[in-house]
Design a protein around this ligand. Structure first.
Ligand code: FMN
Ligand code: SF4
Ligand code: SF4
Length: 301
């Protein structure tokens, strides 16, 4: 009886957030190797406080706008009982992880914990980027054309990095907090460019016409003004189900966004009809999700 109890004790809790599956695959692979418990952050934050089980805690998330998704900040604010734990973070990114793991370390420190290792994993980019910046900046933000061979290489490279990460976490070693373009990101922070420039640019790209005093990070929730459905929409409701933060309601059989968005792009990327567009710039863009993840893997209801 005592042995059974021991066998089912959780030693590692791995919390993840993911819109198109890259971070879910990373979290799932680590959880499998460590025989850890995998928990979706959108479910965990529904509780008043989060008490992770076991002595090891992992947090896996995608990089958003060179930083943390808002939901990660909210999740860490709810974490309790972490000072004694071995904590690691993993971010997936498309171009550059910046110093998002340093932001994670700061947030964890504010809760009395310590980020012992932070790993970056390059994965296919799932957001919009400018294509013809000089020609027409604000109209040029399109989905990226992903090269299948390059995607396969990234999936393959992840499997190689998994072994390296596993050795560090298993032995609870202190690892590097991996960053890129640190000097640039620190300068951007120092000059406050996210508040003075980045916020204005992105809200314009997202067709937000009002005014707001909120911070750049908070303004992300308003970027769903950029979403619209087109005449391919058949009212199936998949977008409502896949949204991790209940930000979509159906009205007259069509989605209506509620302006507390995470910008995870799950609604746009998983719509079976490819009927969701972002600022008229995504009509011809090919949709993406990680091939090893299904829609039901990502529905957190
Ligand atoms: C709103 C948003 C912002 C993003 N910003 C960045 C970024 O600043 N740097 C980067 O390298 N990738 C960025 N990406 C790409 C994602 O980090 C990357 O594709 C990630 O692997 C997606 O993970 P997921 O499939 O788990 O959602 C962004 C994606 C989204 C949706
Ligand atoms: S998932 Fe696509 S087709 Fe289905 S309701 Fe949403 S927008 Fe319409
Ligand atoms: S509305 Fe779309 S982009 Fe925003 S959080 Fe929901 S699924 Fe993600």
């Amino acid at each position: 009886m005592a042995m059974d109890k021991k066998r089912y004790q959780v030693s590692t809790s791995i919390y993840y957030f993911s819109g198109t599956g890259n971070s879910l695959v990373v979290a799932r692979d680590i959880a499998e190797k460590l025989e850890g418990k995998l928990i979706a952050i959108p479910l965990a934050i529904k509780e008043e406080n989060t008490y992770p089980e076991g002595d090891t805690l992992g947090i896996v998330f995608p990089v958003y706008h060179q930083g943390l998704p808002n939901i990660i900040n909210r999740f860490i604010a709810k974490l309790d009982n972490i000072p004694e734990k071995y904590i690691f973070g993993v971010c997936t990114y498309g171009d550059s992880p910046g110093i998002s793991l340093e932001y994670l370390a700061e947030n964890i420190k504010a809760k009395g914990g310590k980020l012992s290792a932070g790993f970056t994993v390059k994965m296919p980019y799932n957001y919009v980027t400018p294509s013809l910046v000089l020609k027409d900046f604000f109209r040029s933000f399109k989905l990226r054309d992903l090269n299948p061979d390059q995607c396969q290489k990234m999936y393959h490279d992840w499997q190689k990095k998994l072994g390296y990460i596993y050795e560090i976490i298993k032995n609870k070693k202190k690892g590097e907090i991996e960053t890129a373009a640190r000097a640039i990101e620190k300068t951007v922070d120092y000059l406050n460019l996210r508040e003075t420039l980045q916020k204005k640019i992105w809200l314009k790209i997202a067709n937000f016409r009002g005014s707001t005093d909120c911070s750049f990070r908070d303004s992300v929730q308003l970027m769903d003004y950029g979403f619209q459905w087109d005449d391919k929409c058949n009212g199936c409701g998949t977008c409502v189900k896949v949204c991790p933060v209940n930000n979509i309601k159906m009205g007259k059989n069509r989605p209506i966004w509620q302006h507390h968005c995470e910008q995870c792009f799950a609604c746009l990327q998983w719509c079976p009809q490819e009927a969701i567009q972002f600022s008229k710039n995504t009509f011809y863009g090919k949709r993406y999700h990680h091939p090893d993840v299904t829609l039901s893997d990502l529905i957190h209801s």
